[in-house]
Design a binder for this molecule. Structure first.
Ligand code: A3P
Length: 306
């Protein structure tokens, strides 16, 4: 039987969603959301580096507005600087989150699979997307530990075996993982000017290169003067795991995702490493997950480093 982790997930058009939050929000986005051509969407599968990229995009787009000494990211969490598109449905006080009054460019984050997005968002004339993905072995481990932190105390801990089995079957918030990634990957090949496809591992390895690409893609290219003044380095430093995870705001405040889901910001910062799965997964688990990934991505041109 399903435990706490999945009893609240339903399958909708092939993807696993929470009926009260994710599905309701998706319906709202499909029926009512009006994108602007200037909108910037950050799309991701949960636990792929959303929090990090929120900070990087926010800092890149707003770099001429704020100095690094008193930057908003030092006192406001990435999820408040760069909210989830559907978060406003949860907000009782609509005035605090009125999408129509957001200044352009609006920075909005989504976990919605590409094929479930309304045409108004995927239309070529319209807004831009940055997608971030991550090695599914790290996503699985990050997700499992995250869920255990969110777990209401009356439920027993979720075992790694259970989390692994469900993940392999595609049963995970917004899963299957592979379909989510492939949806954005294929769309990014078709319309590269509209979708920038990034990997957590590349961002870790070459943050300066990736942040410069982000600037170019989003229409905020770094000038030679900025580069020589070390602006890109400053952004990377400001948004680093080491910096963000130690800030008071990211240790104390909370995120409200739905009536029942209130998450401490600190849970979005665990380790921030590539390959931490090595400390948790058995050889058999690694082989099976790599095999599934290999088969699902075969022929797509997309690979994850192992
Ligand atoms: P780990 O659990 O492996 O540490 P998301 O933001 O999509 O929920 O993903 C969370 C993962 O990103 C967690 O991974 C978290 O530690 C990591 N993360 C958060 N902020 C980061 C940062 N500034 N740099 C690198 N990784 C970060």
């Amino acid at each position: 039987g399903k435990g706490w982790m999945t009893e609240h997930l339903v399958q909708y058009q092939g993807f696993w969603l929470t009926p009260n939050a994710a599905l309701k929000n998706l319906m709202w986005v499909q029926d009512h959301f009006k994108p602007r051509p200037t909108d910037i969407f950050l799309a991701s599968f949960p636990k792929s580096g959303t929090t990090w990229l929120k900070a990087l995009i926010f800092a890149t787009v707003n770099r001429t507005r704020y100095g690094f000494a008193d930057h908003p990211l030092l006192t406001t969490g990435p999820h408040d600087c760069f909210p989830f598109l559907d978060a406003h449905l949860q907000e009782k006080d609509r005035s605090r989150f009125d999408l129509d009054r957001f200044p352009s460019p609006r920075l909005l984050s989504i976990h919605i699979p590409y094929i479930l997005l309304p045409n108004s968002m995927t239309d070529h004339q319209s807004c831009r997307f940055v997608y971030i993905c991550r090695d599914p072995k790290d996503v699985l481990v990050s997700k499992w530990l995250f869920l255990n932190k969110l777990r209401p105390k009356e439920f027993p801990p979720i075992s790694l075996e259970e989390a692994f089995e469900l993940f392999c079957q595609g049963i995970s918030h917004y899963g299957p993982f592979w379909d989510h990634v492939l949806g954005y990957w294929e769309a990014s090949l078709e319309t590269p000017e509209k979708i920038l496809f990034l990997k957590y591992e590349d961002l870790k390895k070459e943050p300066l290169v990736v942040v410069k690409r982000l600037g170019d893609f989003l229409g905020y290219p770094f000038s030679l003067e900025e580069e020589s003044k070390g602006v890109v380095e400053e952004i990377v430093k400001l948004c680093s795991f080491e910096n963000l995870s130690t800030l008071e705001v990211n240790k104390v405040s909370v995120q409200k995702f739905s009536k029942d889901t209130i998450i401490d910001n600190q849970h979005f910062f665990r380790k921030g490493k590539v390959g931490d799965w090595k400390s948790y997964l058995t050889t058999e688990m690694v082989e099976r997950l790599d095999e599934i990934t290999y088969e699902k991505l075969l022929g797509s041109g997309l690979v994850f480093g192992s």
